[in-house]
Design a protein around this ligand. Sequence first.
Ligand code: M6P
Ligand code: ZN
Length: 190
Amino acid sequence: MILKGPYSAKLDKTGMLPYGAKVERRLTDLLEYFSDKDAVNKMLSGGENPIIYVVYEIGREMEGELNVGCTIIYPGKIGDEYYFTMGHFHVKETTSEVYFGISGEGMILMQDRKGNVFVEEIKPETIVYIPPGLAHRSVNTGKTELVFLAIYPSGSGHDYETVRKKGFAKLIVEKNGKPVIIDNPNYKGN
Ligand code: M6P
Ligand code: ZN
């Protein structure tokens, strides 16, 4: 049913059910993405490899269809930097995406290929629209799990390479107990 016909799924702060695929990302999957390498190494050498986030997805194949995904980012930091998703551009540059906050508090960093950054909050009962051409990374700035729904065209594709190589121009870090957006000193630009 989930593969072809109509479906309905239950969505709440524990995730989405049923789902077609589950992706789990741990610290070892995000080694290159967090900026405080000492903090990363300290955690790993202390035997910690926390789950940073989980995605439950119902994907479709046909042109014109939509993929639906529920992401849960756990609360936590690596150094001062809050847990986040890897972040990606869409391979098909004309595709957009819509997020809907379910629970928790967070922010979405969006960035065009020139490095211009846009930020919106992700929170319950709130929609975020990501227009075509912007890379997007979600960040959990709260003390509880950040849960949101994402809907995007089935043929969008995930380009992770650009973000992996260049990073985002901004970081979201905790300062005096609050999230602040700072310049990424290691951003590789164009
Ligand atoms: C959202 C959507 C998905 C994405 C997920 C995790 O649910 O944007 O397409 O896979 O977040 O983000 P990423 O793929 O960048 O790790
Ligand atoms: Zn996307």
